[in-house]
Design a binder for this molecule. Structure first.
Ligand SMILES: Nc1ncnc2c1ncn2[C@@H]1O[C@H](COP(=O)(O)OP(=O)(O)OP(=O)(O)O)[C@@H](O)[C@H]1O
Ligand SMILES: [Mg+2]
Length: 282
């Protein structure tokens, strides 16, 4: 099967900063591909390369086997890659339907004029949201009145409606409570069921594990590789995200400090060091 999206040896440099180095990754239709990594690992840089925000310095992106490059997020969207950013590009005071069609407003003719077709927008927004299980009372209500999870869901429904093949979600659940996160994870699963390839970026291994089919772990701009769910465990992913050896070194250091200094503070450090050795470190 040809991947929907493939990255071959993609690197990104910002002056002397190496944000990504030689990343290989394949995303297939009908899979949730989780992109994991600690702060600064390069996750956002990777999706910016994929969504046309900034092109890679080296390497090549392929879409359905053909080399592609994206000149802007709009260009990527036109080619079927929809990105939902954490701080959604939504206007809180504008209506749900207006946000749904933001940048792609439906028009109708009134005599010599073309005007925004509000009735069409309201009807489609309501229908599309109902399809994914959100019943909005009023498509004209401001987006700002929706919860964080609902807003993420509107963004996902929008991407599906406009025919995205690849849906990229950058930390969609990080600011959400447990119930809200569950709602968003449900839509991730629904997008997969519709045959989209979903790239799901998160710090949260538990969220990733709940919906992911494959996992790519980044650490300091490099990839530890891609693993199928059956080939790995949650604990292994956590270890990789944290950079296993770095955690070990930190634990040893804390332990040494504690031995030299048997004060209460040092005892607490020692406990912290022990906690780091425990497999499911939090
Ligand atoms: N425009 C830029 N100019 C210079 N350096 C950058 C730029 N964008 C990202 N970087 C650097 O690239 C590295 C990776 O950053 P990136 O934002 O991709 O990480 P991340 O995995 O998304 O982290 P987080 O989990 O905190 O969102 C960091 O060291 C960051 O400082
Ligand atoms: Mg980021």
């Amino acid at each position: 099967m040809t991947p929907l999206i493939e990255l071959r040896k993609v690197s990104k440099y910002f002056g002397p900063v190496v944000s990504l180095k030689d990343i290989d990754m394949k995303v297939y239709a009908g899979e949730v591909h989780c992109l994991l990594g600690d702060n600064g690992a390069g996750k956002s840089t990777l999706i910016k390369a994929l969504s046309g925000v900034h092109p890679p310095s080296e390497g090549q992106i392929y879409m359905e086997g053909q080399p592609v490059s994206f000149s802007s997020p709009r260009d990527a969207l036109d080619k079927g890659i929809a990105t939902v950013f954490q701080d959604l590009a939504m206007l809180p005071l504008m209506s749900i339907s207006r946000n749904f069609f933001l940048g792609r407003e439906p028009k109708r003719r009134v005599g010599p004029l073309t005007v925004y077709d509000a009735a069409f927008a309201a009807r489609v927004a309501r229908e599309e949201l109902r399809k994914i299980g959100i019943d909005i009372r009023d498509p004209d209500q401001p987006v700002g009145t929706l919860s964080g999870g609902e807003r993420q869901s509107v963004a996902i429904a929008r991407a599906v409606y406009f025919g995205a093949k690849v849906l990229i979600l950058d930390e969609p659940t990080s600011a959400l409570g447990v119930k809200e996160a569950a709602v968003v994870l449900k839509y991730v699963v629904q997008a997969r069921a519709r045959g989209l390839g979903v790239i799901f970026i998160t710090h949260n291994v538990h969220h990733a594990w709940a919906v992911g089919d494959t996992f790519t772990v980044l650490n300091r701009g490099r990839s530890y590789g891609t693993f199928k769910k059956a080939e790995t465990t949650r604990e292994k992913l956590l270890q990789m995200m944290a950079g296993g050896e770095e955690l070990e070194a930190l634990a040893v250091e804390l332990d040494l400090i504690a031995r030299k200094d048997p004060t209460p503070a040092a005892r607490m450090e020692q406990q912290a060091a022990q906690a780091l050795h425990e497999p499911d470190g939090g």
